[in-house]
Design a protein around this ligand. Sequence first.
Ligand SMILES: Cc1cc2nc3c(=O)[nH]c(=O)nc-3n(C[C@H](O)[C@H](O)[C@H](O)COP(=O)(O)O)c2cc1C
Length: 351
Amino acid sequence: MFPAEFRIRDVAIRPATLLAPMAGVTDTVFRRVIRGLGGCGLIMTEFTSSEGLAREAARTLHYLDFQPDEHPIAAQLFGAKPAVMAAAAALVQELGFDTVDINLGCPAKKVVKCGGSGLLRDLPLVAEIIRAVRAAVTIPLTIKIRSGWDECNIVATEVARLAEDLGVEAIAVHPRTRIQALTGLADWSIIRDVKQAVKIPVIGNGDIHSPMDAERMVAETGCDAVMIGRAAATNPWIFRQMEQYFLLDRGAGNAVPGNNCRDASRQAIGAAAVYDEPSESGRYELLSQYFRSLIESGMPDALGKMKHFACWFTHGVHNGAQLRHLVHSARTPAEVLDRVDSFFAAALTAG
Ligand SMILES: Cc1cc2nc3c(=O)[nH]c(=O)nc-3n(C[C@H](O)[C@H](O)[C@H](O)COP(=O)(O)O)c2cc1C
């Protein structure tokens, strides 16, 4: 059964679901959309450069902006200098984050030279960074890893054991190598291997697109929680859908112990009927509200963010390619809003 809750030391995360950190996507405005829709246990910032915080705090600090209604919230940091990472983590704690996370997974060329998955080739340095950060903060410390640099160097369980020994309190595993980036399939057997290697909570990540995928990941790997990235950008309702799906699960299990009512209900009403799909007007509301909030928040490069988000979100919209084109060819945020309004006005009237 899907876990209703898990804990990172004293931080209770209910339900056991996390929004994955996604650079360019999971800023404070998007995270609040996810919070507002419900069903997500822990949200995380996009990765934030520890060097950037040390060198040009004013330009980098906005990555760590958050609002009180985002709790519980984790901040993710990247970097390869132990002292600089420690100072950044101390700042994260001072800002009021519930937990701090070290990025050991980013595959981008610019990042692997100074952190991210590049560190998976230098475990002594990983240990030094963890030690320094651990000594700098009292809030819970987590790491997010890939399986290794390439298929000949799978180090996930080794890193997990090392991290646990050094006081890391949960580990998120995205089981692709750095070389794979986001290609191929995530190898969930590596999540299972990590879960069997350590006692701290293990968060499974990679290729969850539906509540049923999440259920399968927990069953196959024994992970304590699941983390969702791309599917949250194409379908921000996914956490709420999981909550609906798993509530039915628990209700059925409680009603008739030992009897898989859930499967019977699914057969009776069809799998899709166990959670709500967003309506076209729901999609319109979400998109226009999100875009309006981006403008109101004064977020740097609101237009760029609107275009980026449109690439994800419009895949779920009827005639999404047309909407994508309309957003991409707009020259100002106000023009994007006008176009979104007219697109949905026409679609909703026709529908
Ligand atoms: C646009 C984008 C940005 C990402 N940025 C980050 C990041 O800042 N930190 C991080 O640890 N992972 C980052 N990732 C990786 C995701 O957190 C996640 O591990 C990956 O997308 C696999 O999960 P999914 O299949 O649910 O998308 C990013 C992924 C995408 C698609």
